[in-house]
Every structure is written in structure tokens, then in C-alpha cells.
Design a protein around this ligand. Sequence first.
Ligand SMILES: Cc1cc2nc3c(=O)[nH]c(=O)nc-3n(C[C@H](O)[C@H](O)[C@H](O)COP(=O)(O)OP(=O)(O)OC[C@H]3O[C@@H](n4cnc5c(N)ncnc54)[C@H](O)[C@@H]3O)c2cc1C
Length: 508
Amino acid sequence: MPPSERAVVIGAGIAGLACAARLRAAGYAVTLLERHKRVGGKIRTVPSQAGPIDAGPTVLTMRHVFDDLFAQLGARLDDHVTLIRQDTLARHFWADGRTLDLFADQVRSTEAIRDFAGPKAADQFTRFCARTARLFDAFDAPMMQAGEPRIGALTAHVLKHPSLIPAMAPLSTLQRLLRSSFDDPRLRQLFGRYATYVGGSPTHAPAILSLIWQAEASGVWVVKGGMHKLTEALGALLTEHGVDIRTSAHVDRIEVKDNTAHAIHLEDGTHLPCDVVVHAGDPRALPAGALGPDTEHIAAQTMKVARSFSARVLSFAATPHGPELAHHNVFFAADPVDEFNDLMAGRVPAHPSFYVCALDRGQGDTPPEIERFEIITNAPATHDTTDDEDLTPWLHQITQQMAQLGLTFSPMQTTQTVTTPQAFARMFPASLGALYGQTPHGLTAALKRPTACTSIPNLYLAGGGTHPGAGVPMATLSARHAVAAILSDRTSTSLSAPTAMRGGMSTA
Ligand SMILES: Cc1cc2nc3c(=O)[nH]c(=O)nc-3n(C[C@H](O)[C@H](O)[C@H](O)COP(=O)(O)OP(=O)(O)OC[C@H]3O[C@@H](n4cnc5c(N)ncnc54)[C@H](O)[C@@H]3O)c2cc1C
């Protein structure tokens, strides 16, 4: 590749930052464009008297993905951020006052489950872990690490290892699998929540999504100071390496001439010629016309497939009183199914389960007097601002639920720092407020996401809305796939080889 080739990356979430790093490492002159004032995308903060409070993801899993990313620029992750591995993965609270901790050490978790629900439950947990570990290992290479997963290759893989079929429970939902895996309804409720990590409901997500538990069981890291320290550090490293990062730069249009992305037009009238473009925002922005008429035929399936869930996120600083909190705490609704019935019907759950992330805990220090908290409940994706509803009943409900278990905060939380699905819809163009792209419901959902290549040879896609899916590590992996496709297309073009089939499983 001639060193003068110009790559433009649209969107500085973790996927866009990762694309910029990999393209720079490959020798491109890279411009990274971000419509917000800061880089990070959904890894964002809201200000408070105790400092910036995370209002997006709270922990890191699959750290090897980030070690590899920093290594692309000759850097060590540990030299740029401090990661603290968590012994306690999460503390779970039920309405009857019972609690259960799960640990990084499976033996400790098994013991905890034995104390909580008896020896049979402990055996069932051991079997569940073996099943999910097997699924994770079996699908890592042909699915997550593959740039263009193909149904044929996946089928061949499964046929070569036929014992995977019962582990996948291909015709089952996650909820049905959990019913047959655990007698104790609380454990079904707990492991069912992993479907929400990709914006789905256990009642409709395929059983194979049980493997998400393995990503967490394999290690959870807290970033010292908050998740935003990771994207800030990556942004600073990119600047050091000569990447031109422009914030408050909203891309209005990708100009295509002769089926080649030719230039990028910003809202302020700036016009940037380019040789390669990666769109690392929600891929639905292209067919929705948010990037102009020339790219409306790309990722067309994202207009048809249902969206994943969104969330209501409350970020605040306060002093907690009551039960000892871990970094990650889950407060379960009394009824495990009501919440998902509401979500599937497009309603904000009346009695939600929720996460309370005590952001200053699990950092290796005594938490300060005034701590930072993030509370997350699932909510349907919506961009309908006509009912940017009254949040008071919702806040009252979760405050009551915590108070019943003795957990209160001073000062009391207010609705002022709640991020709603409508606010997410405004922040992330064409997302309709969905936080994880397309819905993960249905067995083939994972194969319906757009992949990196599009029918415009020098336009590529990356991000949590594309393959291999949402979540910080997956979005980061999507960047690896996008840049691998760019480099491979460049090599095959320079050798005049026929261009690989473009668009993969997608209709892009
Ligand atoms: C509350 C919450 C909790 C979460 N919890 C977890 C968790 O615990 N673990 C986990 O792994 N994941 C979690 N996630 C999901 C995770 O945050 C996302 O999957 C991931 O950050 C997506 O990164 P991305 O780069 O693909 O997209 P984004 O972060 O959405 O970045 C896309 C960027 O593109 C920019 N952009 C879009 N269009 C344009 C344009 N036209 N011009 C310029 N810029 C543009 C946007 O402003 C944005 O900054 C959570 C998300 C939320 C919101």
C-alpha cells in the first residue's frame, strides 16, 4: 500500500478507535471523525461532584482482545490503563433478602451455590459451566474470530463435532435450556440475564447465548478510574501515532462516484477526500439515509430486522447506606418473567430487575465517602420523543426495591441524570435507541448482522451493530475484521486477483 493512502473512520466509539489503531499500524494516514465532543461513543460519562461517572459499560471481559489492540501500536495495555481483575464477578440480591456472590474461581462459585441452593444446584452449575465452556470454545474460531461467518462452514463444524448439537440445544430458547439445567428458579433468573448483555430476552434468545456466561466466567476487569479511561488512553495513543482525531465532527454524507467512496462531507461544510472509509457507527444509519443517498443500499437488512433492547441509565454520586455492595450488583425483580413480557410488548417494565454498579468499588482502594454509581434497567428501544416520559414512577419503583433490602443513598437520586432510550436515539444516529444493534432473538440472528465488506469496494463497516456483535470486546473484534478485509482486498487488488465475494452473509 502506498504510504499516502488516506483512511477515514466515521465514529470514535471503541470500534472506530480500534479501526484507527489498526489502519495506522498498517501505514495509512488516518482521520477519525466523531460527532460528539469526546471519543468513546457508548463508553461515556456524565459529570458529578465526585468526578465523571460512567454511563455506559462498566467492566471489561476478554482482555486479550485489548492486549492485542494496544500491541498493534507497539504499546502495552498495562502501561496505559490500570486493570483490576475482579474476584467477585457479581453480587445478586433477591426480594426475599437472600444474596449470592459468583466468583472468578469456579470452585468458589460452586461452593456459594451449594450454600445458597443445595448440592443438586451446585452439580447443575458445574454441568452448566462445562456446557457453556464447550460452546464458547467451539464457536470462538468459526464465529467470533471469523470475519465472514458462513452457515455452510458452521454446519460443517457442528457435523464434525456432533456432540455439540445437544450442547447447543438448537431448537431451544435460553429460558427453556435454563429450565432443564436448573431446578432452582433463582438460578434460572440469574443465568437468563446474560441474554440482556446483548439486548435480548431469555424467553426469545437462542439457547446458544448461554455461552455469554463464559465470557464473564473467564475474567472480569475493572478499569481504574472508570471505563472511559480506556477510550481516553486509546485516543491519546492514536494522537501520539499521528492519527488526526476530529471531535464535534458530524459526517453528513459519504460521496460515492463510480461505485467508490470518494469523499466525506461534514455538517460544517468540510470535505475530506479518501481512499478507504470505515463506518463505525450504527450500520442502520446507511440504509436510513443518515449518510446521504449514495450509501442507502448498504446493510439493507438492518431496516427489516427488529432492534435490540435499550436501557434507562441513572448515574449519580452519593453515600450508600445498607448492605455491603460489590462492584457489580444485581437486584432481581420478584417475578422473573413479568419484566420480559413487558419488554417484548414494548413497555418499560413495571417491576424491573436492575444493575447497581458501585464504580469506585473493586478498584483495590477503600471507596471514597461520596461514591459514583450507575444503575441500569432494561427498556425497549424507542426514539419516540413525544413521550419522553415522566421518570418519577420508575425511579420510585427501583428506589423502593432497594430500600426494602435496606439500601439507601444520600443524597437521594433524582431523575435529572437519567439517560433514556430516547436520549440514546438522539446520540447515536439511526439506532432508534437500541444499544446492541439488531435483536439477538432467533437461532440465526448472529448470521443476519452486516459484516465488514459492503458492495462499495472501499467502504467497510465495523462496530457493535456488525459481526460479531455488541459488547465492548465484540465491537473491538469487528475492527480487526474490518481492517483485515481492507488489507486483504488491497493485496488482492494489487495482485489483480478477483475480488472476494463482498458483503458475506449480509445483503450489503
Ligand atoms: C448502559 C450500557 C451498558 C453497557 N454494558 C456493557 C458491558 O458491561 N459490557 C460490554 O461489553 N458492553 C456493554 N455495553 C455495550 C457497549 O457499550 C457497546 O456494544 C460498545 O461500546 C459499542 O461500541 P461501538 O464502537 O460499536 O459503538 P458506539 O460506542 O456507539 O460508537 C459509535 C460512534 O460513532 C459516532 N457516530 C455515529 N454516526 C456518526 C456520524 N454521522 N458522524 C460522526 N460520528 C458518528 C457516535 O457518536 C459514536 O461515538 C453497554 C452499553 C450501554 C449503553
